[in-house]
Design a binder for this molecule. Structure first.
Ligand code: URA
Length: 230
């Protein structure tokens, strides 16, 4: 199930927090750390932010695909020999949480040609302060698909949990959802994984925590601002 690229059931290296069993992180290579150093730097240009965050997104999507089930598949090679391989068990789709999650769509498309991608817009309800669904457009056959849920920053976990609620209301089983993000807070991971233990979370990095404005620290600031605003 998990590949050699994954670590799990460890204490997050820079925190005292234990990683829930449904959470998988990318292996902390020097290269990965260098990519994160670039996107965290407040002086990084928008162009470089896009380029290097795209590199991380690509790694995350590839890792997410490692968690989808495969079945035996036999093919014949051009030499006439038989090869006993595997193929993906089912169809997949992406669902991005707007607006920052849209930035991860291209990374998914590069790896999964012609993949269907749905969208969910969740914002804070000013009356209740709770996350509220404003818009959703999901593939009509989503219940028959595995879902890669895309949102770059897992802060409190509120939007991600609302998104999973919407997706499961459309008939998708929790264990067919893989949530992919670049940076998580330990609090967000704990809240999310306690509520949805069957949803796998693939995160690139687990940070120290949240500040009083619910931004991840050290974090990278507002992902959408850095990606979309010059
Ligand atoms: N969303 C962001 O863009 N950044 C954070 O730190 C938290 C949520």
């Amino acid at each position: 199930m998990s590949s050699s690229m994954t670590l799990t059931n460890h204490t997050a290296p820079n925190t005292k927090h234990v990683i829930p069993p449904s959470v998988f992180t990318l292996r902390r290579t020097a290269q990965l750390e260098a990519l994160y150093t670039i996107i965290r730097n407040k002086d990084t240009s928008r162009g470089d932010f896009i380029f290097y965050s795209d590199r991380i997104i690509r790694l995350l999507v590839e890792e997410g695909l490692n968690h989808l089930p495969v079945v035996p598949k036999v093919v014949e090679t051009p030499t006439g020999a038989q090869y006993d391989g595997v193929g993906f068990e089912g169809k997949i789709c992406g669902v991005s949480i707007l607006r920052a999650g849209e930035a991860m769509e291209q990374g998914l498309r590069e790896v999964c040609r012609s993949v269907r991608i749905g969208k969910i817009l969740i914002q804070r309800d000013e009356d209740t302060t709770l996350p509220k669904l404003f818009y959703s457009k999901l593939p009509q056959d989503i219940a028959q698909r595995y879902v890669l849920l895309l949102d770059p920053m897992l802060a409190t976990g509120g939007s991600a949990m609302k998104a999973v609620e919407v997706i499961t209301e459309h008939g998708v089983a929790e264990d067919r959802i893989v949530f992919i993000n670049l940076i998580s807070s330990p609090q967000g991971l704990k809240t999310f994984s306690t509520r949805y233990p069957a949803v796998k979370v693939i995160t690139g990095w687990i940070d120290e925590g949240l500040n009083d404005r619910a931004y991840i620290v050290p974090g990278l600031g507002d992902f959408g601002e850095r990606r979309y605003c010059a």
